[in-house]
Design a protein around this ligand. Structure first.
Ligand code: ADP
Length: 488
């Protein structure tokens, strides 16, 4: 099958979160299965300097964007057989310090930037000589391309346009803009209605994609069910319920080429489930790196992620208040809301021998935290999939998670199945419930046999991309069938 994917971030070229990991790994897994894969993404600052790219004057980009025309260039890279990256080079839009915002505030021209990106995606989908069968769009930044392709399909000039699949990585981010920005699309205003691009008088990028997609997917089965409820549906639950037969949840995979405990460039020591000596050394190395007391027998909890409400940072702050009086250590890496950042830093100042908070983004340290931790905290309010809990399973850091979305689908609690238990789950969204789950973690830590049981289960569970890629291929086939039968 020929598949063109599009995403505003792709690991290892650009990344702010799990979207980049997922798209980078899915494209690789599909190509390794022998499919022809393309992946469109912006050429951000620094990519050309770090990677060898080829200029492609044969793929000119010169597109209407509302009242003006905007030109760009395409650069390509073929990191492996069957896989081509198409970087959209438009310096005015993409040569910036950060991907989406500055100092926590979204760029004022994000509607222009991502309409242009979506147009470039739709343009490539129509013009690439290898003719994609499926266009797979990831999140709101490129979702508009679905509507653009749907519009092209009505025009007599086009005979082969791909079926459209849209994946929701996080329904809380929809790309909502004032209605007048719809003019940037140069589409007829007929499309601006509540069954297509309009969401309560606003122009919605994600809704434009969801309503024009043949198949909608999200990144875990449980989140697929959750987003059809009012509580998690972010106003789109009605639309998703209407289309429930075209909505599927596929649990993300882990790229074990990168997330591994042997021969990992970011780790000093290697280890496996049958020999955890290297893990203990990583723990001591982490304590030394962050200036925590060298305490191999003290349980160490890690946490990595965006410091935003979704991630449950408020209940984590509350739980730590009570738990930091116990014999334990906690290491937190992340950035986000300035208020949460400073509350964590204040807490760390009060417990200097127990809590370290690193504000910022640091890939190497994220691997060392997974390796050096005994437990990994993910108390999210909601979690479409979550990758860190799956990384932590492989690294022997037992995840402590809230029973929601992909966290619930990927972690097995003692109550779910004692024999294959690999993590601790709690249900109620409260500091008390999280603290209680951390107490259970302490009990496991002090029972070496039980600790080994959890670790072995977690380190051997397999979330490899094979399975996930097969899931997507099934849905691609369904999308092509729906497209050929004239739906959308
Ligand atoms: P989300 O996509 O909602 O941010 P995920 O758990 O799906 O959450 O994925 C987050 C990804 O981003 C993981 O690979 C995680 O290690 C990485 N990450 C998040 N914050 C940081 C950080 N401050 N430093 C390094 N890596 C980070």
């Amino acid at each position: 099958m020929n598949v063109l994917l599009a995403s505003s971030e792709v690991h290892p070229y650009s990344k702010t979160g799990g979207l980049a990991d997922m798209v980078g790994a899915l494209s690789k897994a599909l190509a390794r299965k022998g499919h022809r894969v393309g992946l469109v993404t912006p050429l951000y600052t620094g990519i050309r300097e770090r990677f060898d790219l080829r200029s492609r004057p044969d793929l000119p980009i010169d597109l209407p964007l509302g009242m003006r025309r905007v030109a760009g260039e395409i650069w390509t890279r073929e990191p492996e057989e069957n896989l081509t990256l198409y970087f959209v080079d438009q310096p005015e839009f993409f040569q910036r310090a950060e991907l989406y915002q500055k100092d926590g505030v979204d760029y004022a021209d994000n509607a222009e930037r991502f309409t242009f990106l979506s147009k470039a995606v739709a343009h490539l989908a129509a013009h690439l000589d290898w003719k994609p069968d499926v266009l797979h769009l990831h999140d709101w930044q490129v979702a508009l391309a679905g509507l653009l392709v749907q519009h092209q399909r009505q025009l007599p000039a086009w005979s082969h346009l791909p079926a459209v699949v849209v994946t929701i990585h996080n329904l809380a981010y929809q790309g909502l803009f004032p209605d007048y920005q719809f003019a940037l699309t140069n589409l007829p205003w007929d499309y601006f209605n509540p069954a297509q691009a309009e969401f309560y008088d606003k122009f919605s990028f994600l809704k434009s994609g969801l309503t024009s997609a043949h198949i909608i997917t999200t990144v875990s089965p449980r989140y697929a069910r959750e987003i059809m409820t009012e509580e998690y549906g972010c106003g789109l639950d009605g639309l998703l319920r209407l289309r429930q037969h075209s909505v599927a949840g596929i649990l993300n995979g882990v790229d074990y080429d990168e997330w591994r405990t042997t021969g990992n460039e970011f780790l000093q020591y290697s280890y496996t489930q049958s020999d955890l000596t290297g893990k203990l050394k990583e723990k001591q190395a982490l304590q030394a790196e962050l200036g925590l007391p060298d305490r191999p027998d003290t349980p160490l909890f890690g946490n990595i992620g965006r410091m935003v409400e979704q991630k449950g940072v408020d209940i984590m702050l509350g739980a730590l208040e009570s738990m930091l009086t116990e014999d334990l250590q906690v290491v937190i890496l992340g950035s986000g809301s300035p208020l949460f950042q400073s509350r964590f830093q204040d807490l760390a100042a009060r417990f200097p021998n127990k809590l370290r908070v690193q504000i910022g983004y640091n890939s190497g340290l994220s691997h060392r935290i997974e390796a050096g931790s005994d437990f990994f905290l993910m108390p999210s309010r909601f979690e479409p999939c979550g990758l860190n809990q799956m990384y932590s399973l492989r690294y022997g850091a037992i995840p402590v998670v809230r029973r929601t979305g992909g966290l619930c689908d990927s972690v097995i609690d003692f109550q779910d199945n004692a024999a294959s238990a690999d993590g601790i789950k709690f249900t109620e969204y409260s500091s008390q419930a999280l603290a209680k789950a951390m107490q259970k973690a302490l009990a496991i830590f002090h029972d070496p046999q039980l600790l080994q049981h959890y670790r072995t289960n977690g380190m051997t569970v397999d979330f490899s991309w094979e399975r996930t890629a097969d899931g997507y291929l099934t849905h691609y086939a369904d999308a092509v069938l729906a497209c050929n039968s004239g739906q959308k």
